[in-house]
Ligand binder design. Sequence first.
Ligand SMILES: Nc1ncnc2c1ncn2[C@@H]1O[C@H](COP(=O)(O)OP(=O)(O)OP(=O)(O)O)[C@@H](O)[C@H]1O
Ligand SMILES: [Mg+2]
Ligand SMILES: [Mg+2]
Length: 468
Amino acid sequence: MSDPFVLGWEEWAAFPGLGLPAIKAKVDTGARTSALHAVSIEPFGREDAPQVRFVMHPIPDQPEVEVVCAAPAVDRREVTSSNGETELRWVIEARVKIGEREWPIEVTLTNRETMQYRMLLGRTAILDDMVVSPTTSCAQGELSWDLYKDFPRKAQVKRPLRIAILTREPNNYSSQRLREAAEARGHVAEMINTARCTMAINALSPAVYYDGRKLPRYDAVIPRIGASMTNYGMAVLRQFAMTGAYILNSAESIGVSRDKLYAHQVLARAGIGMPTTAFAHSPKDTKNLIEHVGGAPLVVKLLESTQGRGVVLAETRKAAESVIDAFRGLDANFIVQEFVKEAGGADIRCFLVGGKVVASMMRQAAADEFRSNLHRGGEAVKVRITKEERAAAVKAAKVMGLGVAGVDLLRSESGPKVIEVNSSPGIEGIERSSGKDVAGLMIEHVENHVRTVTRPRARRGAAAKKAG
Ligand SMILES: Nc1ncnc2c1ncn2[C@@H]1O[C@H](COP(=O)(O)OP(=O)(O)OP(=O)(O)O)[C@@H](O)[C@H]1O
Ligand SMILES: [Mg+2]
Ligand SMILES: [Mg+2]
């Protein structure tokens, strides 16, 4: 019997077909599938022969070394990683070379930026005649990062981006400003009406169609989805995400912020200050509901409400009971909330981009009105927020997972109280009152998240021309 092929607990590997001459892999018999670091993953190619293209940074401490790889896509699969999180990953087939041996394996693509090894060799990639030695490092010899010395470094040029603004209101201030800001920075921005998108749900070649025509691949999608389209809009967004586009607010985060009961639970769980809030389903619980928030005066809010329309102040217990009973009679979903009187009919809108408050305004209600909504005659003025208010806003956007958010809070005796987190905050009021270029900051945020990838296709084409 010949000696077995020994793999150490770590090995140098190569993927000749992917153009990767060296990569350091951790051998992990505890993991089923192998995984490879990949960013900017993007499906392409014919529907009957789908492929994925991705960007690889093989050298952990030299991110400027960037290799663009392409491989046949064989599957998309739910994979649970060691931290317990489940992720839908692309699966490719590629030939790995370790020492003198070369064989085909299946590899899932995932962002391993924060991991020590850019590759994990799982047990399904280890053949019958191989053994793993837990005490040996690099049993099959070493390769060197020098193999990348002639590779081009990451291009510094900023290429124009193709951005989709997903909205049903292409003519409103926010949509127009976003397009302007994108164009001012040399990008192409297109308004896409959510309601006119159709989707072909095909695991390996996802696409979004618009009036029957297949949309191109966008570098980024900025969702401006109104409450009436939340579910469909989220589905469209998920589809865009599968095409590899960067989504400014993910479908999941929009879903959390739109589900008001859930949003309140998420905020409370994170220890964020908010008015005492109660909700109930059974009509027998009216008295309990009122007790839960400490009695009248209290605020009753219809969950489907926007622009302050379904927000009612009940000044006495009697009034509270009749409002609650009336909403019940209409089969409406609502919450009951402690009335923060000290707020004096004002709330503060913090506009966050990329986890930072970039602008804020105070909305002061009209006389005889406790609701500060601009649609209810409220007036927007510039405001300096406190450190505590800033921290609450940052935390609220973070726990909701929103890249762009409008966090509304009330100034109370016991510190800031968050009342809602908006995933498509309007840009007009905040730009006018703060004088800041908020739309521009949103586009800048997109630029920072979409990598400047040098496309190998173009280079290859140029080389071929030269040779011919
Ligand atoms: N618990 C409260 N105590 C005091 N005032 C409140 C309270 N809740 C809301 N308000 C006031 O009523 C306004 C409307 O409430 P809220 O923002 O919750 O409703 P909305 O209908 O969702 O409005 P939006 O259009 O911002 O989504 C707030 O901007 C605030 O001024
Ligand atoms: Mg609201
Ligand atoms: Mg509001």
